[in-house]
Design a protein around this ligand. Structure first.
Ligand code: SER
Length: 317
């Protein structure tokens, strides 16, 4: 019997992944948890602060949890506002998940990592799986340390923990909060609302990105792969597509020819400059059959169609 706990279930990824897990394993077998649960959420949920190990343990025991997807974290840009607090929260929540899982024999754990683990010492094009990791942000440092901690728990205690280094995630279902790649979601909302867009990155800043449908498939594919196929226990590189703000703008202009963009780079430019242009994800392809489906124009079409429906509904209400 699978009983899944999702932490950070109200976040950009959590919102969509929780629904998908409910579809796959049954609505009563997924427990959503976060500091705030949206009133529109359907299913079983708990208000949970994962920095509190006793509260986490209580939920794990109450629902006889067998798997944890630990999505709660403070992202790259927001994390820079209070670096020490970001480190504390990101590491404490991970340690609590690892320890409660060790003590209560949790069968599988998912720990998301990020392109933020990469820093100035990488080859920026087709960044390999295992370069020297010198992240520039506290978020990136916490993910780099987290990758090593999950590898340690796997080796020392035999725990089945799996991880992906997510690129910037773009979806219509939810908004990101506090990341450097967030512009690539906001730009679509502005286009559909027929407003101008102020971009906080320069026109030519190439970053690895991925469409939400692809990221959900990748996560579930990784978690369902036979354990012996998971040969990397720190975290897998994963790629969807790579583009610049100018390229996504051009893609949107095919549908909204009057759409306008202004470039006003801020502190997030330095963070973006330290990240790869593109990612070598051949290990994920070889080991567990990863294959992305969406390119930029296909994603643009779906984003615009779905956001048009969304804003239409909003207006009706
Ligand atoms: N999207 C994340 C961020 O920008 C990267 O993991 O912080």
């Amino acid at each position: 019997m699978v009983k899944i706990l999702v932490t950070g279930s109200s976040g950009q990824l959590g919102t969509v992944l929780t629904k998908e897990l409910q579809k796959k394993y049954g609505i009563n077998n997924v427990i959503a948890s976060d500091l705030i649960i949206k009133p529109t959420f359907k299913g079983i949920s708990e208000i949970l602060d994962v920095t509190n190990i006793d509260a986490l343990e209580k939920v794990v025991l109450q629902y006889k949890i067998t798997q944890i997807y630990h999505l709660a974290a403070i992202l790259s840009a927001k994390g820079e506002i209070n670096p020490l607090r970001t480190w504390d929260i990101n590491m404490k929540t991970l340690f609590n998940v690892l320890e409660v899982s060790r003590l209560h024999n949790i069968k599988k754990i998912f720990h998301p990592s990020s392109i933020a683990v990469f820093g100035d010492e990488i080859e920026k094009i087709n960044t390999p799986q295992a370069p020297n990791l010198t992240p520039l942000t506290v978020y990136g440092m916490s993910k780099t340390a987290g990758e090593n901690w999950v590898n340690y728990y796997h080796k020392k205690y035999g725990m089945d923990i799996r991880s992906i280094r997510y690129p910037g995630v773009i979806g219509y279902q939810s908004l990101p909060g506090g990341g450097t790649t967030d512009y690539a979601v906001e730009i679509y909302h502005k286009a559909v609302k027929e407003e101008n867009f102020d971009c906080f990155l320069e026109a030519s800043t190439m970053l690895p990105m991925i469409f939400m449908d692809d990221v959900i498939s990748a996560t579930i594919q990784l978690m369902e792969a036979p354990s012996e196929n998971i040969k990397i226990r720190t975290s897998y590189n994963l790629a969807g597509m790579s583009f610049t703000p100018e390229q996504v703008y051009e893609s949107i202009k095919k549908i909204y020819p009057d759409f306008k963009i202004n470039y006003q780079p801020d502190f997030r430019q330095d963070i973006a400059n330290s990240w790869p242009d593109s990612i070598d994800d051949s290990a994920a392809k070889r080991h567990w059959g990863w294959k992305p489906r969406y390119d930029l124009d296909e994603m643009t079409n779906v984003m615009i169609e779905k956001l048009k429906e969304y804003y239409h509904l909003e207006i009706k209400i």
